[in-house]
Design a binder for this molecule. Structure first.
Ligand code: AMP
Ligand code: MG
Length: 335
């Protein structure tokens, strides 16, 4: 080997060594969060990664959210749910079938307090525009007849309706389901520390760092501050709140909000302002927070206490806080 070649190889080895040790130092010093917020699923969603600097993972996560929105939203005419509701199709994709089956289980467990056939009633209400319109009692009475989860069947990737006017609304479970899908994708990509926050529907991966889990504040209803803080872990990684303050209008000193009692066709009116569910998967957290808000404190708490893989926090209109069994000892960090 001639002299110049030798010098070249020694320098190259040194450069490689310096580069690799610089990479190692960068890795050690890293753990800086990368984060992005987008408007999707009718809400501001934020995805934050604590152990990666790959923005493509965030971009792809938002794409997953949008793809599911285009499949499941009842307000997008051409979505699968939109096409099912207008009876343009009776075929359901694998993902939709899975979500419908899951929804029917939660409807059964909650005795119809959570009911995805509520679409004909929710069509009559509008909590997003400034209209403040209360639907006519007769229209509500008619729409109520079409709401009953026991009248739909899913078989062989097809949905069957007993009643031609029944419409689906997956608004009370879709965000949780989508948060779970995004988590599955990120975990597959090797992410071990992240927060997926779909407008308050929070699903975490792993812990914030070696010492601490992710801490999440539960919002004080009609206020911007938090009323209680909990620390999540791998077993209880999801926090979902259903609250009457999240979407509502006020008319003649009365609040009309977006969580409807299927039995009356009107917003729930049982002194509860919010229910938060802490669970492993966000789908059950989402479905059950809505269900418990409709069921009320007594029946809702009974449903949660019968399960050992869930906790709940109920807040009433005097801002009293009610915890399900074992929660305070396990996950609460401050009040
Ligand atoms: P959430 O914020 O998860 O409690 O879901 C509320 C949304 O679910 C509403 O905006 C409606 O689209 C829909 N919804 C309202 N009431 C019910 C109910 N009792 N069962 C199922 N979905 C409901
Ligand atoms: Mg819900």
């Amino acid at each position: 080997m001639n002299f110049f070649k030798k010098i070249f190889l020694i320098s190259l080895t040194l450069i490689i060594f310096v580069v690799s040790s610089a990479c190692q130092q960068a890795n050690d010093a890293k753990r800086e969060v990368i984060s992005s917020t987008e408007f999707v699923l009718n809400t501001a969603a934020t995805i934050s990664l604590y152990d990666s600097d790959d923005y493509n993972l965030i971009t792809e996560s938002f794409k997953i959210c949008r793809d599911y929105e285009n499949l499941l939203s009842k307000t997008i005419e051409d979505s699968e749910i939109g096409r099912i509701n207008t009876r343009k199709t009776n075929e359901v994709s694998t993902d939709t079938a899975e979500l419908l089956e899951l929804s029917l289980e939660f409807a059964e467990q909650s005795n119809g307090a959570f009911d995805i056939t509520i679409g004909s009633i929710t069509d009559l209400w509008d909590f997003t525009s400034n209209e403040k319109h209360i639907p006519d009692q007769e229209l509500i009475n008619v729409a109520k007849q079409y709401v009953d989860y026991r009248t739909i069947k899913i078989a062989d990737q097809k949905i069957l309706f007993e009643n031609e006017n029944t419409k689906l609304d997956l608004g009370a479970i879709a965000k949780g389901f989508i948060a779970d899908q995004v988590k599955e994708y990120l975990v597959e990509q090797g992410v071990t520390s992240a927060i997926i926050n779909l407008g308050g529907n929070v699903q975490c991966i792993g812990r914030k760092d070696q010492e601490k889990g992710f801490r999440v504040g539960i919002q004080k209803p009609f206020d911007s501050g938090s009323i209680v803080e909990i620390e999540l872990n791998d077993e209880f990684s999801s926090v979902v709140t259903s609250g009457v303050y999240q979407r509502y209008f006020e008319k003649e000193n009365q609040i009309y909000h977006h969580i409807i009692d299927p039995k009356t066709g009107y917003p729930t009116n049982n002194h509860l302002l919010s229910v938060t569910i802490i669970s492993k998967d966000s789908s059950s957290g989402d479905a059950l927070s809505t269900a418990c808000l409709v069921l009320g404190l007594e029946k809702g708490m009974k449903l949660i206490d019968e399960k050992d893989d869930l906790y709940a926090i109920f807040i009433d209109d005097d801002f009293n806080i009610y915890y399900s069994e074992g929660l305070q000892e396990t996950l609460i960090t401050s009040e």
